[in-house]
Design a protein around this ligand. Sequence first.
Ligand code: AMP
Length: 307
Amino acid sequence: MPRYEPWFFRSLLSIDVQDMFDDPMKICPTIPEARAACLAARGGHKRLGLVPTMGALHEGHLSLVRAAKAQCDAVAVSIFVNPTQFGPTEDLSRYPRPFDRDCALLKEEGIEILFAPPVEEIYPRSNDAVTWVHVDGLSEKLDGRSRPGHFRGVTTIVSKLFHIIEPDAAYFGQKDAAQLAVIRRMVRDLNFSVEIVACPIVREPDGLAMSSRNAYLNREERGRALVLQRSLQEARKRFEGGEKSAARLIAAAKEVITCEPQVRLDYFEIVDPDTLEPVGRISQRSLVAVAAYVGTTRLIDNLVLDF
Ligand code: AMP
């Protein structure tokens, strides 16, 4: 008997309640239910959008939902804390799972379909054989270097979601810029028939990029976390002042990070946004990306230098 979490049974119950009261958001805990709901929503030639998430929704996620609602006839959101993208010492077990709150937020946004499967629905235990989707090369860059196996987990779950939901368009945040590059490459190489739409980073009023992991920060850490944004802004300021050497921009930005001795830098890089290869002189659109540990919480942020 697979281990189902309490919300799974609640969601089964809510399906009946939903049908009774004609609730417009279908909560689908199983793949067949999600497939049936997507088929019905797609109807004749309707455009179906997908917003993949791990839940603990915030305004960043909701901005993707709103973009999808604006551009599609029907929208499916997935909530799945994907174990295969977490390393053995990472925060899988303590990752926030406020399922009822997430449901309420998505209902408010007028979402038609919520796919929220238990882990066993996505990764049934069978034998030792396993199929991975892996974007060789790109998956080892930026976050992939610090989190071995992370992008393999991401591309595997995103491929599964694409096969289950069969969306016309899928919405991802520029916040996870390396993830976006890896997914775009996967879609191109495996000929997925889905448009990948990137949405801008949504920030707190003081500039901190919104993230479900911000909830881990205590008050002092929350203040220190702003150094990521400050380091990016330093790089931008110097670039706009005429500095085109990536090495010098990186050095200046790292200097800013050292002003917060309690923040441990993971990487600060300037790369091509598609290949994630480091750039030397900035002569084309470039991604400036930072990752750092604030206490035990790993945060990421980025900006794009454009021409
Ligand atoms: P997650 O639940 O962290 O896997 O994120 C789900 C999606 O939301 C991903 O495509 C993220 O890039 C996107 N996202 C997360 N935070 C933000 C943000 N602050 N602004 C825009 N998109 C975001």
